[in-house]
Design a protein. Sequence first.
Length: 139
Amino acid sequence: MSGNQTFTMIKPIAVKKNHIGPILHMINEAGFRIKAMKFTHLNKQQAMEFYSVHVGKPFYEELTTFMSSGPIVAAILEKENAVEDFRKLIGATDPAKAAEGTIRKLFAESMSHNAVHGSDSDENAIIESDFFFSKIDRY
Ligand code: CMP
């Protein structure tokens, strides 16, 4: 059975370009409820830990440098079938392949500068949510 929660980050480039508002609007319009949210700035060590599943991949250094280059918005989102539906809303990891009308098609610039992160499984949604939020920060 699929879970009802996923985790997202609005990445530094989208924050810098004032895209927080439009992206959150699209998330709400698509039926997701914000269960937790934080405006924060990862340091390099924290970005490396968050993306530790990608250690050794050619893009790991660029990705973690970029993700620690400025503030981000982290959030837990609630909806039936959350992981899959959110991945549909954001579109493909590579913005060149993202479908029309998706968040990445509208706001992403490249693979690493792809505007938003979305969990790829229920299991990772839990791990990623726990990285940022304690129980008392969830409503
Ligand atoms: P995200 O959803 O944050 O999860 C892992 C990230 O790694 C992904 O979005 C991309 O930003 C990045 N990524 C994945 N594959 C590549 C790649 N081939 N080149 C550069 N960045 C990548």
